[in-house]
Design a protein around this ligand. Structure first.
Ligand code: SDX
Length: 378
């Protein structure tokens, strides 16, 4: 068997064949099932895009209405999951609450029937429908309040924003939030999607697949960066402090959150769209001085790191959008997960269609023939 050279982080090594999405990191191009994200962001909705990714085609009007109806009427979570969440510490991170709740959902649907299209569709609908409710429920419960019931008269994004604070959201904010979900739904073989595929390849249930991916997404080098970006902008505090802050990061060889990408060596196209969405919100709801700081960061980082292909990624501007919507910072990554569940489920289906359990090899650099030393001689 040919042994390839070891590549840390499997950099540049294809882990799967996939037709779900495509990234050109040099051109800054992202397509979902061949459609550019700029077009989907302008013309589609999150649920329509989720359908496209999972079933491979844009739905007809009837197919979309049926899917939307099914998701709408599966938004409520089991009272036992709500009771379980009431035992979570208020200080716990919402990503940990989400991972536990997603795994718990599997307890109610333990009969795995992975070859049954009805089981697959039901699992897809349940997970896409309930993840936002779980995130919103933890948010209210950690403040000592009862969670609110989903509102069937509101669409997917408006309902999530409503469940966060029992206020019906501004239509512009709801539409912009829905576009944010489109921008975050899928991104080829990122760490959490790879995690989802590895878990799926063992033929476990989709709830375990999603719980595994949620755990992976939470790290600050992946989905957790959006939360860190806002904290960084607040810490910098003024445009004048940007350059010294960046120079200090570079001296300490520490990573600047929201910049850099394993694939994009130009500005992440999602960051460009998110910037415009932020500007729309500022126009309607008032300016955020963090945007001046962010734009100065982009200028200084380009001056110093463009040669390494370090530019803003999806996490750099998303936090400014969510913050302007009044969303707590530690919910930014759970929102990333609300979107990405559809991408993970698309990969789950694709993995099952032509499955081979992941079992890579390693380059062993340890010892051999070592003699056991009795404890009284160590
Ligand atoms: C997401 O993979 C996906 O598609 C992910 C994602 C998705 O949609 O699923 O796009 C979402 O995770 C976006 C990334 C969010 N993470 C961050 O913003 C954290 C900060 N970024 C970095 O940690 C980093 O850029 C990574 C992890 C995102 C990518 O790192 P790589 O590809 O492993 O790059 P590397 O570590 O090999 O760095 C190459 C060089 C190094 O310099 P040298 O040692 O060669 O001199 O670039 C430097 C790094 O020091 N570098 C940075 C940097 N990122 C890379 N220097 C300063 N700040 C940074 N952010």
């Amino acid at each position: 068997m040919m042994v390839c050279e070891y590549k840390p982080g499997l950099e540049g090594i294809p882990a799967a064949q996939s037709s779900i999405s495509y990234v050109d990191g040099q051109k800054g191009l992202l397509e979902y099932r061949g459609i550019r994200i700029e077009e989907l962001a302008e013309k589609s909705t999150f649920l329509e895009t989720a359908y496209l990714l999972i079933w491979g085609v844009l739905p007809s009007k009837e197919e979309l209405e049926t899917f939307e109806h099914e998701v709408r009427y599966h938004r409520r979570i089991k009272y036992r999951i709500r009771d379980m969440m009431k035992c979570f510490p208020e200080s716990g991170h919402p990503m940990d609450a989400l991972q536990a709740s997603a795994a718990a959902l599997g307890l109610f649907y333990s009969l795995r029937d992975l070859h049954n299209p009805v089981y697959i569709r039901d699992s897809v609908v349940r997970l896409i429908a309930t993840i936002p409710t779980m995130v919103a429920a933890f948010q209210l419960m950690r403040k000592g309040n009862d969670p609110v019931r989903p509102r069937d008269d509101l669409d997917y994004s408006a309902n999530f924003l409503y469940m966060l604070d029992e206020q019906e959201p501004d239509p512009l904010a709801a539409r912009i939030f829905d576009i944010c979900l489109i921008l975050h739904v899928e991104h080829t073989m990122n760490a959490s999607t790879f995690s989802a595929r590895v878990t799926a390849s063992t033929l476990t249930d989709p709830y375990a697949v999603v719980a595994s991916a949620v755990g992976t997404l939470g790290g600050p080098l992946h989905g957790g960066a959006n939360e860190e970006v806002i904290q960084m902008l607040e810490e910098i505090g003024s445009v004048e402090n940007v350059r010294p802050y960046i120079e200090n990061c570079l001296e300490r060889k520490s990573r600047i959150m929201g910049f850099g990408h394993r694939v994009y060596k130009v500005k992440d196209p999602r960051a460009t769209i998110l910037q415009k969405l932020a500007e729309q919100l500022f126009e309607k709801f008032g300016y955020d001085k963090n945007y001046d700081i962010a734009q100065e960061m982009e200028r200084v980082v380009e001056e110093k790191l463009a040669s390494k292909g370090i530019y803003p990624n999806v996490d750099f501007y998303s936090g400014l959008v969510y913050k302007k919507m009044g969303i707590p910072t530690d919910l930014f990554t759970p929102i990333f997960a609300i979107a990405r569940v559809a991408g993970w489920l698309a990969h789950w289906k694709e993995q099952l269609a032509e499955n081979r359990i992941f079992r890579p090899t390693q380059v062993y650099n340890g010892l051999h023939e070592v003699t056991y030393t009795p404890i009284d001689q160590r």
